[in-house]
Design a protein around this ligand. Structure first.
Ligand code: ZN
Length: 130
């Protein structure tokens, strides 16, 4: 069965939102004509959702940013683990961010850089958040 993925592209200064490519891989159309017909439909869809481009292929394309295998089995219901789990296998893979209340666009700042961000960009607010 075909898979639908998103490949994010580097963002330009004039981009209103992150540019991306729609990737449809593991297709298995019986004929070249069927492939081209499906590709036309996927390209139409890609245009509808604002993708910069569309890639339709029968190859398997693994996009590292879309790899969620680290999350398998990571969900826990143990009531003792109420805080962050720093020994979890996914702990090193997940970057916790929080919205900056002082940036107009509520920019998402990595938690470990938040204090430095506020101190550097919002020095008037720094003492309140420090
Ligand atoms: Zn800010």
């Amino acid at each position: 069965m075909a898979r639908i993925q998103i490949l994010e592209l580097p963002e330009g200064a004039s981009d209103e939102r992150p540019p991306f490519v729609l990737v449809v891989d593991e297709t298995s159309y019986p004929t070249t004509e069927a492939h081209h017909a499906a590709e036309t439909r996927w390209r139409q869809f890609a245009g509808d959702i604002g993708a910069r481009a569309c890639l339709v292929t029968d190859d398997t394309l693994d996009i590292p940013a879309n790899d969620t295998s680290a999350y398998l089995g990571a969900v826990t219901t143990d009531s003792e683990t109420s805080g962050p789990d720093f020994v979890s296998p996914i702990a090193r893979l997940v970057e916790v961010r929080r919205p900056c209340p002082y940036c107009d666009d509520r920019q998402m700042i990595p938690n470990h850089q938040f204090r430095e961000h506020v101190a550097r960009l919002h020095p008037d607010e720094y003492s309140a958040d420090a």
